[in-house]
Design a protein around this ligand. Sequence first.
Ligand code: SF4
Length: 388
Amino acid sequence: MDATRTPQIDYSACLGADPGAPVRGGATRRQVLQFCAGVAATMGLSSAAGVRMAEAAMAPARPPVIWLHGQECTGCTESLLRATHPTVESLILDTISLDYHDTLCVGAGQQALDYKHAMMAKHKGAYVLVTEGGTPMKDGGIYCKVGGRTQVELVREAAEGAAAVIAIGSCASWGGIQSADPNPTGAVGTHAVIPGKLVISVPGCPPSPYNFLSTLLYLLTFKRPPELDELNRPKFAYGRLIHDNCERRAHFDAGRFALEFGDQGHRQGFCLYKLGCKGPETYANCPAIGFGDVGFGSWPVGTGHPCYGCTEQATAFRKPIYALATVKTLLPPTAYPQVGTQEGSGVSPGAAAVLGAVGGLAVGAGAMLLKQMGSAKQDGSDTPNKED
Ligand code: SF4
């Protein structure tokens, strides 16, 4: 066999006799397969893994899920339900058996709580626990109660019989906005409530529905979590800095920045670093997969607002929104002429090349600078930040 050839994948079993037949929430077998193939590609997995995910998503037996809410705005659930791409929310809600959800359940009061307990007993050791929202630990946890019991008790009780625990959103992952200084209720993420139990964190405010669904599909298919980072975030979604995938990155490297909302640079789509963009210190895949599922560019930076670092505990709700980010991989190109800088006030090309080499920019950005400075001198322009 030719080792350089990709093995043929037999899709026929997964597609079935009628690929156009609805199978999950109105989605056809073909759509589910296409979606799962996309999920696999996003996670860096093979097409064969996508087929296995599709089979797991369409399996008759659906894994039971218990979904608890703590201190939060319900925005994570809202984000899932507002997904518009073919039936993402249907895939989520139909792929799993959402046996209990604090805010979506039809029943109320004691009736709802009794049902939750019945489902937890029935599926003990087999259900997935999803936590949404932070958990207040101060003063015995009295600042968040459901049915007269603290969130601390409820999370610990539900986690005991769970096969896996997923914390969705920044509040459940690390405390979120209510944990901002001075953290009056002692809010923490789920992992701090049940130490010793693995909690897969999918932070974001709200997180992308795709990251949650991809994590869930991986868990259901392979019966283990996807590869996680040191904060137990799936690496496929949180393995790279936003700054490294941003569509405005070329502007950063070339020294083209928006300095005020609505200025010339902002209108031309320049880099938002100087408006406080936290992309350089935030790990997430927002620029790659979009956000809110309404098409390309549908994420904060894509719409002209700086990223505020919602996936990072040390950034969101702690650093002022318009404060400069800590650039983790490269120094900001302060050596470059800025918007409005008069010709001749920048550094020399030689000095810039040295700085570029130190920052790892010598080949790409250094060349851009030399080209930019050269063209500015040739055409006599006094706006060295104009597009080449
Ligand atoms: Fe994009 Fe922000 Fe980085 Fe600029 S600073 S390239 S806008 S992530």
